[in-house]
Design a protein around this ligand. Structure first.
Ligand SMILES: Nc1ncnc2c1ncn2[C@@H]1O[C@H](COP(=O)(O)OP(=O)(O)OP(=O)(O)O)[C@@H](O)[C@H]1O
Length: 223
């Protein structure tokens, strides 16, 4: 099976004095569903940041979607990011844009036709049960609703890889289930690779998944 991520002796740090991930080795198969757990401060978000190139490795190698991220040029990083869907812990919605336009953002970047953009956004708004809010701005929505917008935006352009940092952190059971259904649907139907950082793996997962745990700077699979 193809590997969408290959990390060899990967070290991540924000400063010379403290290494967050220390010489980790792991790989992730294309089309898999992966949970990453670990104590608060163990380095889960740091690892995700490295996977979309916001934090470059200080040692070792990290290849994502065929692109080596150690010392990668920004032009290559921009190309890679077009194929990623990212759900940030703090959502990072554009507050001056309506919900509809926020979800459209990756489609605009990828140069989709207007009619395709509109039907894709319409379908996603229905999936995250926010059709009635489409003309509102992010700050007019609750935290949980903003989180659902962030998820819709990450899925909009059918990316090869979704990286989600605690995507159900602020949600009630009903909204959490919507999010898991969307992620499982993308994984099953489109073979999208999904990587989710979470404190709680949902009990009722319908798809097969792998579980990696971060501890003492190392990443190991939990079997
Ligand atoms: N921008 C930064 N600059 C310096 N240190 C940072 C930065 N971001 C995170 N850290 C440090 O890196 C370590 C890992 O942080 P990270 O956010 O990856 O943890 P986490 O496992 O995602 O935690 P949580 O579950 O609380 O979100 C922490 O010690 C944190 O203080």
């Amino acid at each position: 099976m193809d590997k969408v991520i290959i990390a060899e002796n990967l070290s991540l740090a924000y400063s010379k004095d403290e290494t967050i991930i220390n010489k980790a080795n792991f790989s992730i198969d294309s089309g898999s569903f992966v949970f990453i757990t670990g104590a608060s401060g163990s380095g889960k978000s740091t690892l995700l940041k490295s996977l979309y190139g916001a934090l470059k490795p200080v040692e070792g190698s990290l290849v994502v979607g065929g692109v080596e991220l150690r010392g990668v040029a920004n032009s290559k990083l921009n190309f890679l990011r077009k194929h990623l869907g990212i759900v940030f812990q703090d959502y990072k919605l554009v507050k001056e844009w309506t919900i509809e336009k926020n979800i459209m953002l990756p489609l605009i970047i990828n140069g989709y036709e207007k009619s395709i953009m509109e039907s894709q956004v319409d379908s996603l708004l229905k999936h995250v049960r926010l059709k009635h809010q489409s003309g509102k701005y992010p700050l007019e929505l609750s935290g949980g609703e903003q989180q659902r917008v962030a998820m819709a935006r990450a899925l909009a352009h059918n990316p090869i890889l979704i990286l989600a940092d605690e995507p159900t952190g602020n949600l009630d059971d009903y909204s959490s289930q919507l999010i898991w259904n969307l992620l499982e649907g993308a994984n099953e139907q489109l073979k999208t690779t999904i990587i989710v950082v979470t404190h709680h793996i949902p009990e009722a997962m319908k798809v097969e998944y792998k579980h990696y745990h971060i501890e003492f700077g190392d990443i190991h699979e939990v079997v």
